[in-house]
Design a protein around this ligand. Sequence first.
Ligand SMILES: Nc1ncnc2c1ncn2[C@@H]1O[C@H](COP(=O)(O)OP(=O)(O)OP(=O)(O)O)[C@@H](O)[C@H]1O
Ligand SMILES: [Mg+2]
Length: 362
Amino acid sequence: MSIQAAQRMGLRCLALDPTEDCPASQISPALVGSLSDVEAVSGIFSQCAKVTLENEFIPASVIQSALRAVGREESCLVPSLASLAIIQDKYLQRQALVAAGVPGPTSAEVAGDGELAIAKIGFPMVLKARFGGYDGKGTRYANSPDEFENLRNLWGDGGWIAESFVKFKREIAVMVFITEQGAGTFPTMETFQTDHVCDTVQPCDADGSKIALDAVRAVGGNGLYGVELFELETGELLVNEIAPRPHNTGHYTLDWGGPSQFEHHIRLVTNLTPAPIDGLPTCMVNLLGQAGAKDWQDGLAAAINPDPAVRVHWYGKSESKPGRKMGHINVCGSDCVERAKAARTRFYAAWVGNTTVPEEVG
Ligand SMILES: Nc1ncnc2c1ncn2[C@@H]1O[C@H](COP(=O)(O)OP(=O)(O)OP(=O)(O)O)[C@@H](O)[C@H]1O
Ligand SMILES: [Mg+2]
């Protein structure tokens, strides 16, 4: 979607994809190679004036080696390499936030026999993989020493952190941008996660802009970042995590009438002035892969035909696995939440052939 935004502005793009049938390569020339292979990453840095990321899993050390291999400066990469190195290690990320005085759950490295982590965090405890987690795939809960011990095969390698379990009132998220041309935020949105996966993003009355900007500054951010926050009953806000890229909680901006996060991102990457941030209240619901799903175009028609204001985005991923983010729906206006959820119900019902309509969530 960043490529689509760049192309609209006349920019030519080159993607690096791990396989030939990735969504980016359907709309742009692409190199095929491993995202952790210095040679493959060097191919992008040798051919592109500016380079950006759509996930945080390319190791910062690989990028550094690739830059060196082709004699390029770090400044051709947005987000900043320093912020990527911190963010992609959840432990370094927490340390940077603590050092800057940005509130978050108490956290500890899980090392050795885990006793120090237990002493600092106690139970209930949230365990998170330091590297590579997404959609909750690196997140586990332990409510007792026994449960903690049962997860030893995960944390035993020292690659996990422990966090205090936050009894939040709600989860919110803010898209933040920081460049030399200016800094700012998109509106604060409420987010709903089911089984750790975001399913609904909707307008809300909270304002997380200050803490979100503080968080991105704490990791040396330059570019566009998504900041996930917990709001407590008291109204206090805690940072859950930062993503150094356009974020699922900013997908609503594709249809809100103002600049999309992707256009904004491309402006930041190419040193153009950020756009004024303004748009209509919009709700986004994710379309997740369903067991037994058939033709997605039946879902598309069922979502749109009864409510033509529904906007469907489908990513063109080659494989639909249960729970995988395959697309999303946006609806603008005062009744956007109900209409977006109703459109998703229709989509799923038609897609899986009316057999197992998932419960509405969020
Ligand atoms: N300390 C915590 N206390 C309570 N709930 C938590 C805590 N940390 C995470 N969660 C819950 O788990 C969800 C996923 O956690 P987190 O965002 O850290 O994982 P992730 O795998 O990086 O997810 P994603 O990349 O999809 O955002 C959060 O949105 C929240 O609902
Ligand atoms: Mg998250």
